[in-house]
Write a protein that binds this ligand. Structure first.
Ligand SMILES: Nc1ncnc2c1ncn2[C@@H]1O[C@H](COP(=O)(O)OP(=O)(O)OP(=O)(O)O)[C@@H](O)[C@H]1O
Ligand SMILES: [Mg+2]
Length: 253
């Protein structure tokens, strides 16, 4: 049950570049919130390449496209039938299976979908496709926190600078948290934190340690196991996982 006295926190996980670890980070956060006893909804807003459900080894019967279609045709009744359950704490709404369906979704409906679905949850985590496009703009608008994910790569950092300028123009900078994700590509370590901050013209609020890189990543994906819920995973240093836990807690303060 959702904690009825508390407001839902909507966290949008985004980036200026693909492959920076957004989806895995989103799942790891969901796992931490489950451990904190929070009801979590995962919304897969990566409409053309979304693989949240795949990473959870789920085969959803319905997707966000069905929600859109039913809303448009006045057939929408309740949220439950569109949700795929991962655990008693984590639900997911999948992205459309077919890119042709994705293209049909009108962005005017995105905000309503977030608002209709968020009511039963403590935390809504929205995974996105990178970049500033229609769906993301609506999601950023609905966000309480924009978790902007970067890696230590020049292309990524240059994109970030431009992205931050846009967020500044629309007055969203106060809800942006930048996370340097060293766990997706630990081999990227060219720039110092000082250089990175200078390049992106923004603070780096959190860092995910390269020690949280999972060597046999595919095995866990096949099994649909969220790392932060997996007791068999032993990380080199407990401090790294604790830092991620603290970041998760901080985001919902
Ligand atoms: N903690 C991790 N341990 C090992 N590999 C990881 C980890 N996080 C991410 N990766 C690697 O990075 C790849 C990209 O991660 P992920 O799919 O989360 O990024 P993304 O930003 O969501 O990508 P996209 O832009 O395609 O949606 C994964 O397929 C995996 O190979
Ligand atoms: Mg992704």
């Amino acid at each position: 049950m959702k904690d009825i006295d508390k407001k839902t926190t909507v966290i949008v996980v985004t980036s200026g570049k693909g492959g920076v670890g957004k989806t895995i980070l989103t799942l790891n956060l969901a796992g931490i919130y489950e451990k904190l006893g929070k009801k979590v909804l995962l919304l897969d807003f990566d409409f053309t390449g979304g693989n949240l459900a795949l990473n959870m080894n789920l085969t959803p019967q319905k997707s966000i496209f069905n929600i859109y279609e039913d809303l448009v045709n006045n057939k929408f009744t309740d949220c439950k039938s569109y949700i795929t359950k991962y655990s008693s704490f984590i639900d997911v709404v999948a992205s459309p299976k077919d890119p042709r369906q994705a293209r049909k979704i009108e962005i005017e409906y995105i905000e309503s979908i977030i608002n209709i679905f968020k009511q039963d949850y403590d935390v809504v985590l929205i995974d996105t496709q990178h970049g500033l496009h229609g769906t993301n703009i609506v999601a950023l608008d609905a966000a309480d926190v924009i978790l902007y994910t970067i890696t230590n790569s020049l292309m990524d950092l240059k994109n970030t600078k431009a992205f931050m300028q846009v967020l500044d123009d629309v007055d969203y900078l106060d809800k942006v948290k930048v996370v340097l994700n060293n766990s997706a590509r630990p081999e990227l370590n060219y720039f110092s934190v000082y250089d990175m901050k200078n390049l992106i013209k923004h603070n780096i609020d959190y860092t995910v340690s390269s020690n949280l890189y999972i060597r046999n990543f595919t095995k866990y994906v096949v099994e649909g196991k969220i790392f932060t819920l997996n007791k068999n995973l032993i990380f080199k240093d407990k401090k790294d996982l604790n830092k991620l836990n603290n970041m998760a807690k901080d985001l919902i303060k």
